[in-house]
Design a protein around this ligand. Structure first.
Ligand code: TTP
Ligand code: MG
Length: 360
């Protein structure tokens, strides 16, 4: 039977909450992010700010150059978390299966929903209205017969939009879909494809599965299915965290190993605090360190079954630091958890894989 999947994604989530709580901000460029003087980055910004080319993960200093009258507000994470939880509660009133993806995003499977004469489009409209009434923020939604298309659709009429891809229109829709609209295809992969003249999903359809596998490995297999509008991944309602980490960008670069090791205890303490609130420790099956050098070279070193005490991380860090020369800008520590058990229904993609990183 054809599935009915809705993807909901709030518009400029953090800033939407700030604007709601201070309506004078609606018409001016506003971002939430870190301090430009201490290498902060933009978490998100509203649509007036996006017109200046500002986007998530951009250094705040760059954003201020692009738009000198940009207002950058500090984070109020507890408030965002509360709104997120209330939004999730609303979603659950309309769908028995909900898979949260991040604070402001979720998939809903409404195949069995009998309300609204079984119309997923009407369910999506009702959810948008409900969230707006109760939380006073805008949610964009996409409706389709699988997760991939629903996610593409929620982006289509953003902000404050709803877009439906009826099953009969999937083939037409997909032919002209630009490759960089495929969730997980980042700038690098997009460029690789475009350099070969592969601009749309229709272009990708000309390649065989074997060809795509040869050129792009497992990502190629995903592309083969996606470019045909095909995706049989089920929702993962109790999606288990795959990893947990903490990191810090230092206001002043760390000169070398000794400086880095001096920072370890504090980072490790933060990791332990977060672990206490998260998954059971007996599920930890690997540890990793992340190092970003002053020239932005990034290296991650992970080891299965390694110790996640301070000594274990010290050993890993020493090894990671030998990989590149220069001062150090950022340090991170993390753990990976055992993958959750799966039932008979095998997903097309490995469980819990971060969507954005798939085609990095
Ligand atoms: P997104 O849904 O990616 O972005 P958004 O809701 O701000 O904007 P859009 O209208 O395009 O959906 O992310 C949700 C929130 O997650 C965002 O408000 C802030 C936070 N976030 C970060 O902190 N850093 C990031 O790099 C990104 C992408 C998001
Ligand atoms: Mg969003």
């Amino acid at each position: 039977m054809e599935r009915k999947i809705i993807h909901c994604d709030a518009d400029c989530f953090f800033v939407a909450i700030e604007m709601r709580d201070n309506p004078a901000l609606y018409s001016r460029p506003v971002a939430v992010g870190g301090n430009p003087q201490s290498r902060g980055v933009i978490s998100t910004c509203n649509y007036p700010a996006r017109r200046f080319g500002i986007h998530s993960a951009m250094p705040s200093a760059t954003a201020m150059r692009l738009c000198p009258h940009l207002l950058i507000l500090p984070h109020r994470l507890p408030v965002y978390r509360e709104v997120s939880a209330r939004m999730l509660n609303i979603f659950r009133q309309y769908a028995s299966v909900v898979e949260p993806l991040s604070l402001d995003e979720a998939f809903l499977d409404v195949t069995d929903n009998r309300d609204f004469s079984g119309s997923a489009t009407h369910v999506a409209e009702a959810i948008r209205t409900h969230v707006k009434r109760e939380l006073r923020i805008d949610v964009s939604a996409g409706v389709a017969n699988n997760k991939f298309l629903a996610k593409v659709a929620s982006d289509w009429h953003k902000p404050n939009g709803l877009f439906v891809i009826p099953p009969a229109q999937v083939q037409d829709f997909i032919l002209t879909l630009p490759v960089d609209r495929i969730p997980g295809v980042g700038p690098v992969m997009s460029r690789r494809l475009r350099d070969r003249g592969l601009n749309t999903c229709g272009d990708l359809q000309q390649l065989s599965q074997a060809q795509l596998y040869r050129d792009y490995g497992r990502s190629g297999i995903r592309l083969f299915h996606y470019c045909r509008g095909y995706d049989d991944r089920p929702l993962q309602p109790q999606r288990q965290r795959k990893s947990l980490s903490v990191e810090h960008t230092y206001a002043q670069d760390l000169a070398g190993r000794v400086d880095c090791e001096a920072m370890l205890p504090e980072l490790h303490l933060r990791l332990q605090e977060r672990l206490q609130r998260a998954s059971p420790r007996d599920a930890i099956n690997k540890v990793f360190v992340k190092v970003k050098f002053a020239d932005f070279t990034l290296t991650t070193l992970e080891r299965s079954g390694a110790r996640w005490d301070l000594e274990g991380y010290r050993g890993l860090l020493r090894q990671a630091l030998t990989r590149h020369r220069g001062a150090i800008r950022l340090l991170g520590l993390g753990v990976g958890f055992q993958a959750p058990e799966h039932g008979a229904q095998l997903p097309l993609f490995p469980a819990g894989e971060p969507e954005e990183a798939i085609f990095a």
